[in-house]
Every structure is written in structure tokens, then in C-alpha cells.
Design a protein around this ligand. Structure first.
Ligand SMILES: Cc1cc2nc3c(=O)[nH]c(=O)nc-3n(C[C@H](O)[C@H](O)[C@H](O)COP(=O)(O)OP(=O)(O)OC[C@H]3O[C@@H](n4cnc5c(N)ncnc54)[C@H](O)[C@@H]3O)c2cc1C
Length: 657
């Protein structure tokens, strides 16, 4: 969570640790009530340490230190008593007061700290999670051999190759596999670690710490949208939900028009889509719905609305209860992530994969002899052990995802359109309470969806889907009003289901970098997108009601609900949720799909890279990830990313031939 508006009071206390931990302990005891356990404050402090941006970390820790002084406590809570000495009931009242405060600084404290405490309590085994009926991981990880041998340099090192690829996810994995197969010498730099089937503990909190970008602490700068992405060898493809939708023809047509790149309409991108779908084994034959998708389908069918199967990139997927944990890595090796496809292809063809290698900048030789652009000559990275790794190369491919690719390019001195046009596919959800346990954490990751609203309202209307929900993320998303109210919601966790509202955003955000080079995401929910989100939530509520929910509610700050059966209740609820709004922290919003921040296009005035994926400003520097999208894909983006990376690889190979 970024935290721009936190008080500066106490900044010098940053890093003190124990004082902040004591304040976190007091606040967590108030937020959690009887669900508190002493491991929570330490976990909170550790998660705060993963917040990107030194300045934001300092501000957060500074605010905590200030809360333990009389003056700071007075300023931030209205009581002169240091927070660490206050009883749980007083801390609970403080947090409740923050949530409703007219002062932005106080509201931000609630928005930052309450979900953190809830995640720290429910994301790991302990008294909080035990009371939810959640079974935890289903047994130990299999004793399967690791199939890759990535490098982990333990000193300063220099490597040389034809192409250095930054990032190993949907884009980077495909580029590396294709270029290595074409006979080029490839080095892949991945800032995450390497985890294979035997390493997937399926412990929710640990998975966020080890497999996700910034341990899921990244948010938009107003804290309104949590930005979730994978960060491990294989990137998002290791943790994602295996939905493999191709961009619809109208999206490809829009991309051709917006970018001026004919390939979107000419069949060239379609050929790349077919190639990657084939390599990943994309199929609709392994989409057996679990309980949560059955409810979605039932509700849609009873309303007479569109319901379709989701194609998935799996081979030999059992589609059983254990599948719901694959957001923490697929233990069966069924999910065809780049880890078990393109990166294996790359390694087999001699590519070197380096993990724990955080690319800090692209090395750029200044323009010479009248050339318009400088030339990329390699990448400088920092290893997990703090050593310098320099990779000299004839070409550099940035595929670090739509947040980190622009950050890397901005750190390297590029400007122009780099970082602009960011789309997040912001999502919210309607929740339904059912009479029978649903156990929404189980079952095929995603099996059904509805494009009903898109058919009725046009190409920017939301899709309806479900997703596996585990206690940590549920606890952080469910609105907190008081310890007892939240705990009561968590105790019926097994009976909840959801219909998620996946918005295709027309409004744009922007990625910038802080002074220490870390990304900062400026993003606000656009009013037109907010209106479409409201329509999506109303529809999601209708679906849950039709599926038999006894109660339906939103995850807005003011949790609004209705009981199906009361005449007019759904309509009144839809109107109330629309009025309550979704922007500026009024609802829990999540982004699982970031894109568009270095978009491809013919015109440098509106794009960051040219039609051949080469940066307008630097020769030899290519982009091959979700950053390229001219506008939001409107469908889950992995397959589109891979297709564009497939195309990018062909352009790079042709250039180096
Ligand atoms: C939980 C979850 C579920 C999802 N489900 C689906 C789904 O079902 N279907 C779908 O289509 N999409 C899904 N997505 C989205 C999809 O996974 C992403 O859109 C896709 O992976 C993006 O590809 P990418 O190559 O742009 O980035 P990523 O796949 O995120 O890869 C970027 C990689 O670069 C690395 N990196 C970042 N910075 C640096 C650096 N400085 N140096 C070195 N390495 C760096 C990161 O660690 C990461 O591994 C999901 C995402 C999440 C998080």
C-alpha cells in the first residue's frame, strides 16, 4: 500500500521496529478482538517492510511511531495516550473512528492497517482462521523433482548474450522460449525466486510473501485499488487462474484503430494467438465447475442470461476440490504456466535463467553519428544477495509486467508515453450467503463466465466471473465495522459465494517512479467506469439472488445488503450501492490485470513502443508484456500477452538475424 498522505510526524523513528510492533499489536487487538493472536503484529511489520518505496515505508512506520507519543496520538486519535498502552476496546474505537473520519490522513490509516491486520490473522493458521472452517492446505506438497536449474549469482558477475529478457511471466517466458528455440543466446532475469510443485506450501500468507509482487502490498496511490501480480519464475502464469480467453474480434479491431498497428486486424496477431494456445494446450474440456461456478451458472440460467465455459491452459487437470489452491501454484503441474512450458523450452535450448535478479536499469549507449535514438547494450541488475549483475546483450526485452516495465524504463531515462495509459481492470464483487456450505476456496479455479452485460450495454461493460477466495484475502476484502461484526462475517465464510465484476476500464492511470526507483501508481476510478461497475454489481447481485442466496451484500465501505424475496429489494439495493459509490476507497477494489503502460503504436505521441515492439526512444530495446496493450483487453489478458510476446520474439529474431 502506498501512503502518500501520511503524517510526517515521527519519520525519524522509522526502522525502530519494536515500538511500531507494540502499536500494531494494540491496533490489531482492537481490529481482531478474540481473533487476535500474538503472531499478528510481527507479520504486519514484515508485510509493511514489503511496501514498495522507501518514502511510503518511512511514512507508515513514522505514523506508527507517532501513535506511541502523546503528541502524535493526540493528533491522530484525539486522545493524548500512546496507543500501545490502550486496551483493545479503545483501539477498536480508534480504528472505527478513522474509517469514518472526515480527515483523509485518518481514513488512510484505517484503509492501510485494518486489511493488513486481517490478512495477517487469517492468512496463516491460528485461532482466527481455525474458526472459519477453512481446512488449510490439503496435505504436503508432492515429492516431485524440480525441472529447472536457475542461476543464483553469489557475487558480482557479468554475463554476455544475444538477448537479455527482463521478467519470466506470460510475456518474458514466451519471448525467452521462442528466441532460444530460434538459436539465440538468451539470459532471463527474474526478480522473484524459483518455486516448483514441491515448493508450493499452499499456505495462503506464505504464498503472497513468496510468489506475489511486493507480497500484495502494492496499491494505487490513493489506496483505493489493490494491485495483485505474480513475482516468481513464471510470473503471473504460476499463480493465475488459468483462464485463457482470446481477445474478442472487436477488441482486436479497436487495438488496430487506436495503435495504427495493422497486425491486430491482419491476422498476424491471430496467428500468434493460435500458436500460444496450442503450446499451452488451451481447452474447454477441463472446465468442470466447482460449487461457486455452479451457483454462478445456475443464477445465470434462471435469469436466462449468457453463461459460457472458460477455456483453460491445463493438461490433465483433476478439476477437483484441491484445484482452488492453485493460485498459490499448481502442485500437479497441470496448469501450463510458462514455468512448465516456454521456460522449459528456453532452458532446453540453452537459455540461462537467473532468479533473484532485480533489473534496475537498461544500459543505453548515447546516440552517435546523427542517429535519433541511443542503443540498448544490456541490463544492470541487483541480486538477492545485494551483488551487481551486468548482462551485455545485442537486444534487451522488457517483460516485467505493466507496473515494473515502465518503472524500469523510467529508471533508465526514457520518458514520452512510458508509464501512461495504465489500465487495471478494477474488480469488485457481490457476495451471497447460502444455506449450504459453498467453500469458495475449492474447485476449478474459474470455469464459467457471463458476457450478458457486454451484449446488452456494449464492449466496455463488465464480465461476471468467480474466483477462489481464501480466508486472508476474504478477511481483507470484507468491510470492517467492528471486531465482532467482522468476526461474525468470517464465521460464516464457508457459506459465502461471490460473483465478481470484472470491469474493462476506459479511464487511465499512470506509473511513475519514486526517488528510490520504486513504482508509484497514480490511478482514480473514472466516473464512466464507476457507472459501469455499479451496473455490474447490480447484475452480480441479481445472479446470486437467482442462485438461491439468502442474503446478498456488497464489499463497499458501507456494507449494503438485501434479502432476496422482498419485492423491490434488489432494485433498492442496486440504487443504494450505486449511490454509495466505488471510487476513492468507498469499495474494496482489486486489480489482477494490469496493462497498457508502454503501449504499442505507430505514433510516438500516443505510444511508447513502435509497431515492431521497439522503444521509440532507444534502439535495441523491446517491450513484450501486458504493458503493450493499446486499451484494456476486456477479457482476462494472459493469452493476449503471450500472443504479443510471441510476435515480439519474431521481430527481435528478424532484427538480430
Ligand atoms: C491471482 C491472479 C490470477 C490471474 N488469473 C488470470 C487468468 O485466469 N487468466 C488471465 O488471462 N490472466 C490472469 N491473471 C493476469 C495474468 O496472469 C497477467 O495478465 C499476466 O501474467 C501478465 O503478464 P506479464 O508478462 O505482463 O507480467 P507477469 O506475468 O506478471 O510477469 C512479470 C515478471 O517480471 C518480474 N519482474 C518485475 N520486475 C522485475 C525486475 N525489475 N527485474 C526482473 N524481473 C522483474 C516479476 O517478478 C514477474 O515474474 C491473473 C493474475 C493474478 C495475479
Amino acid at each position: 500500500m502506498t501512503s502518500g498522505a501520511f503524517t510526517r510526524t515521527g519519520e525519524r523513528g522509522a526502522g525502530a521496529g519494536s515500538r511500531q510492533e507494540a502499536v500494531l499489536a494494540a491496533l490489531a487487538a482492537g481490529i481482531l478482538g478474540p481473533a487476535y493472536d500474538p503472531a499478528v503484529p510481527g507479520r504486519m511489520l514484515e508485510l509493511l517492510g514489503r511496501v514498495p518505496g522507501r518514502r511510503d515505508r518511512r511514512r507508515l512506520l513514522g505514523a506508527l511511531a507517532a501513535l506511541d507519543t502523546r503528541a502524535g496520538a493526540w493528533a491522530l486519535t484525539g486522545h493524548p495516550a500512546p496507543v500501545s498502552g490502550r486496551p483493545p476496546a479503545a483501539a477498536e474505537a480508534t480504528v472505527a473512528g478513522w474509517a469514518d473520519s472526515r480527515l483523509a490522513t485518518r481514513r488512510r490509516l484505517a484503509t492501510a492497517l485494518a486489511p493488513l491486520a486481517l490478512l495477517a490473522a487469517y492468512g496463516w493458521p491460528g485461532p482466527a482462521r481455525d474458526a472459519t472452517g477453512y481446512p488449510g492446505p490439503l496435505g504436503p506438497a508432492p515429492d516431485a523433482p524440480r525441472r529447472l536449474r536457475p542461476l543464483r549469482p553469489d557475487g558480482d558477475e557479468e554475463l554476455a548474450c544475444d538477448v537479455v529478457v527482463v521478467g519470466s511471466g506470460a510475456g518474458g517466458g514466451v519471448v525467452a522460449g521462442e528466441l532460444a528455440r530460434a538459436g539465440l543466446e538468451v539470459v532471463v532475469l527474474e526478480k522473484g525466486g524459483y518455486a516448483a510443485e514441491r515448493d508450493f506450501s499452499h499456505q495462503e500468507g506464505d504464498a503472497y510473501r513468496h510468489l506475489y509482487l511486493y507480497a500484495q502490498t502494492l496499491t494505487s496511490d490513493d489506496l483505493s485499488c489493490r494491485i495483485v501480480a505474480g513475482s516468481t519464475l513464471g510470473g503471473g502464469t504460476v499463480v493465475n487462474y488459468s483462464t485463457s480467453l482470446a481477445p474478442p474480434p472487436e477488441v482486436l479491431a479497436e487495438w488496430a484503430a487506436v495503435s495504427g498497428v495493422d497486425a491486430f486486424a491482419s491476422g498476424e496477431v491471430a496467428a500468434s494467438l493460435a500458436a500460444v494456445a496450442d503450446r499451452l494446450g488451451v481447452t474447454e474440456a477441463q472446465s468442470r465447475p466447482g460449487a461457486r461456478d455452479r451457483l454462478l451458472e445456475q443464477g445465470l440460467e434462471r435469469l436466462g442470461w449468457h453463461a459460457g465455459p472458460l477455456p483453460r491452459n491445463v493438461r490433465g487437470c483433476p478439476q477437483d476440490a484441491g484445484c482452488g489452491w492453485c493460485g498459490f501454484g499448481c502442485r500437479r503441474g497441470a496448469k501450463q504456466s510458462t514455468l512448465v512450458t516456454y521456460l522449459e523450452d528456453a532452458a532446453a535450448a540453452g537459455a540461462r535463467l537467473v532468479v533473484g535478479a532485480d533489473a534496475r536499469r537498461v544500459l543505453v549507449e548515447p546516440a552517435r553519428n546523427g542517429a535519433a535514438a541511443g542503443r540498448a547494450t544490456g541490463v544492470e541488475a541487483v541480486t538477492a544477495g545485494g551483488h551487481r549483475l551486468a548482462v551485455r546483450a545485442r537486444a534487451v526485452v522488457a517483460a516485467a509486467g505493466a507496473i515494473e516495465t515502465p518503472a524500469l524504463l523510467l529508471r533508465s531515462g526514457l520518458g514520452g508515453q512510458v508509464g501512461r495509459n495504465l489500465r487495471l481492470h478494477p474488480g469488485t464483487a457481490a457476495m451471497g450467503v447460502f444455506a449450504e456450505p459453498v467453500r469458495w476456496w475449492e474447485g476449478t479455479l474459474q470455469a464459467r463466465y457471463s458476457a450478458e452485460l457486454r451484449r446488452r450495454l456494449g464492449p466496455y461493460a463488465p464480465l461476471l466471473e468467480t474466483a477462489p477466495v481464501h480466508p486472508g484475502v476474504a478477511a481483507a476484502a470484507l468491510p470492517w465495522r467492528s471486531a465482532a461484526d467482522h468476526r461474525a462475517q468470517m464465521e460464516r465464510l464457508a457459506d459465502l459465494s461471490l460473483v465478481a465484476v470484472l470491469c474493462r476500464d476506459a479511464g487511465a492511470g499512470r506509473v511513475r517512479v519514486d526517488r528510490d526507483g520504486s513504482p508509484r501508481v497514480r490511478w482514480r476510478l473514472d466516473p464512466a467506469d464507476e457507472a459501469r461497475m455499479a451496473a455490474g454489481l447490480a447484475a452480480a447481485g441479481e445472479v446470486l439472488a437467482a442462485a438461491g442466496a439468502g442474503e446478498v451484500f456488497s464489499i463497499q465501505r458501507r456494507r449494503l445488503g438485501f434479502r432476496p424475496g422482498d419485492p423491490g429489494a434488489a432494485r433498492d439495493w442496486a440504487e443504494a450501492t450505486r449511490r454509495a459509490g466505488f471510487a476513492r476507497g468507498r469499495a474494496a477494489l482489486f486489480s489482477y490485470h494490469q496493462m497498457g503502460s508502454c503501449r504499442i503504436g505507430a505514433d510516438p505521441a500516443s505510444s511508447a513502443v513502435g509497431p515492431d515492439h521497439r522503444a521509440h526512444e532507444v534502439d535495441g530495446l523491446y517491450v513484450a508484456d501486458a504493458s503493450l496493450f493499446p486499451t484494456a483487453s476486456g477479457v482476462n489478458p494472459m493469452l493476449s500477452v503471450m500472443a504479443l510476446a510471441h510476435r515480439a520474439a519474431a521481430k527481435v529474431a528478424a532484427r538480430l538475424a
